[in-house]
Design a protein around this ligand. Sequence first.
Ligand SMILES: Cc1cc2nc3c(=O)[nH]c(=O)nc-3n(C[C@H](O)[C@H](O)[C@H](O)COP(=O)(O)O)c2cc1C
Length: 219
Amino acid sequence: MRRKALIGVLVWVGLGFLLGGLPATAQESKGVPLLSPQMEGGKPLMQALKERATARAFSPEKLPDQILSNLLWAAFGVNRPDSGRRTAPSAVNWQEIDVYVVTASGAHVYEAKTHSLTPVVPEDLRALAGTQAFVKDAPVTLVFVADYARMGKASQEQKDFFAPADTGYISQNVYLYCASEGLATGVRAGIDRPALARALKLRPDQKIILAQSVGYPKK
Ligand SMILES: Cc1cc2nc3c(=O)[nH]c(=O)nc-3n(C[C@H](O)[C@H](O)[C@H](O)COP(=O)(O)O)c2cc1C
């Protein structure tokens, strides 16, 4: 009996090791690769904190590919590849927040493990990413979506508590990166969630928590 249990554990550990070491899943490999993020430079932290602010006016100018890559990595990229841990903390390391990237050329979801974008829908959903008029002008809106299916056996109350907390860290990473780069950004709760959830084809257990627009300041 004990021998059987030991074999069971070994098979389980072996499978975990195998799956952990496998390349990206089929879905991830369909993604559009992002440029490698630049993890050096930027303004000193205290200066970025001094300049952090919410913007509500954006220039329509597109973000360069390198800036988008850096932004997503700063938001919630993998910063410790050995363990797959990220630039923002998450309760129980659930990593349940997905960052959807809404631009003129469609909506994508950020795959941190492969630092790539998986297409979700080809339409420009920017006007749906907030109820305020300026939202449609920003070249990028990040939509933070909690996948409750990833939150183990937590109660509904725990999920409703942890998902917005975990989102806050990601949002602040975005604020600080934008302050460092001289970009404009603003986080928002004002979203028509049912309409945006439908447009992004979310499952009922995927919850839109907040949205955050990023772009250049309006001149
Ligand atoms: C959870 C949360 C929700 C917010 N929702 C909105 C919003 O829907 N629309 C908006 O214009 N600003 C929104 N804000 C931005 C706040 O209004 C802003 O942070 C506050 O006025 C302080 O300004 P500051 O960020 O420049 O310090 C939100 C901020 C947080 C933290």
